[in-house]
Design a protein around this ligand. Structure first.
Ligand code: NAD
Ligand code: UDP
Length: 366
């Protein structure tokens, strides 16, 4: 009679251990999770069954975004206010939670500001990432999905851009992303137990279809889509289009716009891929883009149709540092992750317009 009892205890323990392992496999630290892309990704992670802990210093975001994510997922979300450069604060977080991996969005992202304040950018982005990696190593959490950017490709010679294209950067923001990629490559070479996936985003735009969360620039927007939507809502008078003499379909710049909820799904796909692996992946860069180029004028017209109003614009000279065309080869993401962007330019404009109309002043609208 003793043996069956022992087997029973053994199986109960095994089931408890399996459940625990499953929980551990589902818990993700999201640095910068209160920001634009992070907040959308937290929702997608929750919907995919992941448990999320946000770590953000709110330097470029609002706690209201966290509140809205909580109400969209119907439960409170674990939020810790902290800086990725603060090793002790990170240690406390890693000691309190057992993470499967980290999605690392935290960083400063304004190109112009990075030119004016390079030390701030290298310190925040590069030093911050190194501190995060050190603490991850201390706690044996060696899976990272990192927010890289198509900016690391500089002015591409061949389109569409694949992951083996040469890399170069012209400003401190881009250089900080490229430097972090080099750090990740060297780390993977030094220790083969790391899995490090830089996701190179093309041009993220759009908002959650609920209209509750979206992009909320602090100042006058630098990027095209938020600029257009602020003209449409009457906050700005007119759009300046930087250059009409590029060798493109209509002379204006061409970019690969990707809906932020598609991008969020790309992060879920990357984590699912990490979960399936029996061995570490080393350094594995992957483009997240739609694979399609859209010109500035085409985006303006699409937005105009959605908002049922003209978007006043004027042509001005080219913006320093801009390139003519940039769009991704998204084949690697499809082959490895089974991920593909599915939403159209019209979807991107509709969701941006809904967010902007409901929240003319972003998270300060209430
Ligand atoms: P965002 O500014 O909305 O989000 C970044 C978040 O990181 C913010 O909530 C900010 O408060 C936080 N943060 C910044 N420094 C921090 C620090 N030291 N410690 C803790 N938190 C910190 O930006 P986003 O558009 O959501 O971009 C997310 C990431 O993706 C960034 O790393 C950005 O460089 C990268 N990226 C963005 C784009 C884009 O067009 N939005 C394109 C390519 C790459
Ligand atoms: N752009 C523009 N007016 C603006 C902002 C951007 O004409 O107010 C153009 C810019 O020159 C580029 C495209 O829109 O051709 C995308 O610019 P954005 O800053 O959004 O992204 P990035 O330059 O980083 O690709």
């Amino acid at each position: 009679m003793k043996a069956p009892l022992q087997w029973g205890v053994f199986f109960c323990l095994k089931i408890a251990l399996d459940i625990n392992m499953e929980n551990y496999k589902n818990k993700i630290l999201v640095t910068g999770g209160a920001g634009y892309i992070g907040s959308h990704t937290c929702i997608a992670l929750h919907e995919a069954g992941y448990e999320v802990v946000i770590y953000d210093n709110l330097s470029n975001s609002s706690f209201e975004a966290v509140n809205r994510v909580s109400s969209l997922i119907g439960q409170p979300i674990d939020f810790i206010e902290g800086d990725i450069r603060d090793a002790d604060s990170l240690r406390q977080v890693f000691a309190a939670h057992q993470f499967f991996g980290v999605i690392h969005f935290a960083g400063l992202k304004a190109v112009g500001e990075s030119v004016a304040k390079p030390l701030m950018y290298y310190d925040n982005n590069v030093s911050g990432t190194i501190t995060l990696l050190k603490i991850m190593a201390e706690y044996e959490v060696k899976k990272l999905v990192f927010s890289s950017s198509a900016t690391v490709y500089g002015d591409p010679e061949i389109l569409p851009i694949n992951e083996d294209s040469p890399r170069s950067c012209t400003n401190p923001y881009g250089q900080s992303k490229l430097t972090i990629e080099h750090v990740l490559e060297d780390l993977a070479l030094s220790d083969n137990s790391w899995s490090l996936i830089p996701l190179r985003y093309f041009n993220p735009v759009g908002a959650h279809p609920s209209g509750q969360i979206g992009e909320d620039p602090n100042d006058i927007p630098n990027n095209l889509m938020p600029y257009i939507s602020q003209v449409a809502v009457g906050k700005l008078d007119q759009l300046s289009i930087f250059g009409d003499d590029y060798a493109t379909v209509d002379g204006t710049g061409v970019r690969d716009f990707i809906h932020v909820t598609d991008l969020a799904q790309g992060h879920v796909a990357a984590l699912n891929y990490l979960k399936q692996q029996k061995q570490s992946l080393g350094f594995l860069p992957i483009n997240l883009g739609s694979g399609k180029g859209t010109s500035v004028l085409e985006l303006v017209r699409a937005f105009s149709a959605v908002a049922a109003q003209d978007i006043p614009f004027q042509f001005v000279g080219r913006r320093a540092g801009d390139i003519a065309s940039c769009y991704a080869s998204a084949d690697k993401a499809q082959e490895l992750l089974g991920w593909k962007a599915s939403l159209s330019i019209t979807d991107m404009c509709q969701d941006t317009w809904r967010w902007q109309s409901i929240n003319p002043n972003g998270y300060n609208s209430i």
